[in-house]
Ligand binder design. Structure first.
Ligand SMILES: Cc1cc2nc3c(=O)[nH]c(=O)nc-3n(C[C@H](O)[C@H](O)[C@H](O)COP(=O)(O)O)c2cc1C
Length: 432
């Protein structure tokens, strides 16, 4: 049901500055050099999906395996996933120079996953008797440690002493271990934290916190208008774009409230999610999040495909299907974006809308420009339905009063980061 009617033509505008199309490589915001240190735990195989997820999140990954780790996992797995040779040997012929010093200087963050009891003991006593330990001793970047061991090893006073020493030294932080089943079949605290939890802790450490202190509200997904207890009217929005925006904004330090229509997507880490169904329920959840006079939010990104129409009343029982033609009266839903645009008195919240269309590229941009003006937004993200709905990637053009910036087709996470860079630049320019 979400369709933008052939909108008014934009009033005559100042000449547009067409920003050079991005190549997809210039989001140099994040210096994401992550050194993954894998030690000799039976959980070492779980480091492979971590390496893959880090690379997928845009990090450049290098891997160090301890000698014991090599007994559990092959270097070829990690060189394949990281695209770089795996290091194990401090004195290897190919190493050259002081490899441990070079690796520590290269890393923006070090992740030790899994970390054995033995490795924790060596770290806590300042040992430097292999490449992994020596690199950690040289490191000044953030270090995240994900221990994995049998619960009796974890609870042993010697291990707890190592952990307490490392915590009081303040040179690394811990994620896990968690309570659960370990390799032996026993249960207790000792199981390595799941890769998602480790990533959620790690990524903010290598991501500039340029949205810290801001409250960002994002709407995502479709809305659903019920006709009767079994039927509804909705649209094809998957929510992936809005969820990517929420996830990336949280990673960049924002406090994020995500108002989500009915979608089957996991809540991004550190995001407050409010589930809604209809356009009217999305409207009230948004107003709740934006607060009186819209004062509680710094940024509102309306990525949801809010249904334009709803049934006049939800039928309490299933509509019978005898009639050859069923006539439905649909009523216009409130135009949430336009209402907020009108109600906004100052520059807050920064207002970003989305426009999904099905016309030619030129017309999509023309309609989006009209929407920018009609809804009084700071930016409209224009996209074509076939490029965006349900896809993992998207091809968008970011339109403001001054600029028209076509972005290359890219993963929605990357697109989200570009939109958020615009937000950071706008709020940076005008003072947070
Ligand atoms: C099959 C097997 C599984 C092991 N799993 C663990 C483990 O999960 N956690 C741990 O701390 N040590 C574990 N160990 C013991 C370590 O491999 C051992 O302490 C080793 O010296 C650690 O070396 P590293 O810390 O240099 O990798 C395991 C050993 C074996 C043989």
């Amino acid at each position: 049901m979400t369709s933008t009617p052939p909108g008014p033509r934009a009033p005559s505008q100042p000449p547009l500055r067409l920003v050079r199309p991005a190549s997809g490589r210039e989001d140099q915001r994040a210096p994401q050099h992550v050194l993954l240190v894998v030690t000799g735990s039976v959980a070492a195989y779980k480091a492979a999906p971590l390496a893959r997820a880090l690379a997928k999140a845009g990090a450049e990954v290098r891997v160090v395996l301890t000698r014991s780790a090599v007994e559990f996992v092959g270097p070829a797995t990690f060189s394949g996933l990281s695209g770089r040779p795996v290091e194990s040997d401090m004195f290897g012929s190919h190493a050259g120079g002081e490899l441990h010093v070079a690796l520590a200087a290269w890393a923006d963050a070090i992740l030790v996953a899994p970390a054995t009891a033995d490795f924790l003991a060596r770290l806590a006593t300042g040992r430097a008797d292999d490449l992994a330990a020596a690199t950690l001793l040289c490191a000044t970047c953030p270090v995240l440690v994900a221990p994995a061991m049998h619960p009796t090893m974890w609870s042993h006073p010697a291990t707890q002493r190592s952990v307490a020493t490392l915590q009081s030294d303040g040179r690394c932080r811990f994620v896990g271990p968690v309570d659960g089943e370990v390799a032996s079949g026993d249960s207790g605290v000792g199981r390595m934290a799941e890769p998602e939890q480790i990533l959620a802790e790690l990524l903010p450490l290598v991501t500039p916190q340029d949205l810290a202190g801001l409250h960002v509200v994002v709407s995502a997904g479709p809305t659903v208008e019920d006709l009767d207890p079994v039927r509804f009217v909705s649209n094809r929005s998957s929510g992936k774009m809005g969820f990517a925006l929420a996830e990336r904004a949280a990673r960049r330090g924002a406090r994020v409230t995500l108002i989500a229509g009915p979608v089957d997507l996991p809540t991004p880490p550190s995001v407050l999610r409010v589930d809604v169904r209809s356009a009217l329920s999305m409207q009230s959840a948004l107003h709740e999040a934006l607060g009186p006079e819209l004062r509680s939010a710094d940024v509102l990104i309306m990525a949801a495909a809010v249904g334009d129409y709803r049934a006049d009343a939800e039928h309490p029982t299933k509509l019978k299907s005898h009639a050859p033609v069923l006539k439905l009266a649909l009523h216009k839903n409130p135009d949430i974006l336009a209402d907020i645009g009108r109600a906004r008195t100052g520059r807050r919240p920064l207002l970003i809308g989305f426009a999904v269309e099905t016309d030619s590229d030129a017309r999509v941009i023309e309609l989006a420009r009209a929407k920018l003006v009609a809804k009084r937004c700071d930016a409209i993200v224009a996209n074509h339905a076939r490029d965006s709905l349900g896809q993992d990637d998207n091809r968008v053009t970011v339109i403001t009063n001054e600029t028209t910036e076509p972005l290359p087709r890219a993963d929605k996470g990357w697109v989200a980061d570009r939109i958020l860079s615009f937000v950071a630049a706008r709020l940076g320019d005008k003072g947070k």
